[in-house]
Design a protein around this ligand. Sequence first.
Ligand SMILES: CC(C)(COP(=O)(O)OP(=O)(O)OC[C@H]1O[C@@H](n2cnc3c(N)ncnc32)[C@H](O)[C@@H]1OP(=O)(O)O)[C@@H](O)C(=O)NCCC(=O)NCCS
Length: 149
Amino acid sequence: MRVEIRKMQLGDISYVYEEELKIFGKSLGKKTLYNEIMFNVMAKYFIALVDDERAGYVGSWLTLPNAEILNLFVSKKYRGNGIGRKLMDKVIGICRTYNIENLTLEVRTSNKYATDLYNELGFVKGTIRKKYYENGEDALLMVLNLGVK
Ligand SMILES: CC(C)(COP(=O)(O)OP(=O)(O)OC[C@H]1O[C@@H](n2cnc3c(N)ncnc32)[C@H](O)[C@@H]1OP(=O)(O)O)[C@@H](O)C(=O)NCCC(=O)NCCS
């Protein structure tokens, strides 16, 4: 399996939009994704390709000196192959080049696959945001300290 991570392009918008709806039941929306790619210099969005087929996505904002993961997914048929980790590694690598201090994200407390992945990458648990999601579920804030003083 040949996995490549590259910058998100305008031609990827429909893929991200449709997968977000399928996986999360909501999406940033095509217009927002377009504006992010075209105009937001803080936005760093990446697509994973497996043998040239789109397989996943990560969106992040570099709000110096910190950064945040906006969203991450791997298309269902490609999960469990290390692609989520590769997408996260890409963002973490970029954060290091920008001397980012902390990379944060929010994750559903019930999302074991995601929290396992973030734990393995060195994220630590931060505060709980009570009833953060529409269904009343709590969000766990997780932080990766990149060690810049
Ligand atoms: C979370 C998600 C992005 C992980 O992507 P992935 O490519 O499947 O993950 P990886 O193959 O890189 O696995 C990384 C770690 O995640 C966990 N994991 C992922 N899939 C798993 C599975 N099927 N069974 C058990 N653990 C799993 C493991 O801890 C794994 O580490 P390991 O390989 O050392 O055991 C993916 O499951 C997904 O898209 N989920 C739905 C959307 C979502 O929840 N996004 C996160 C929002 S915060």
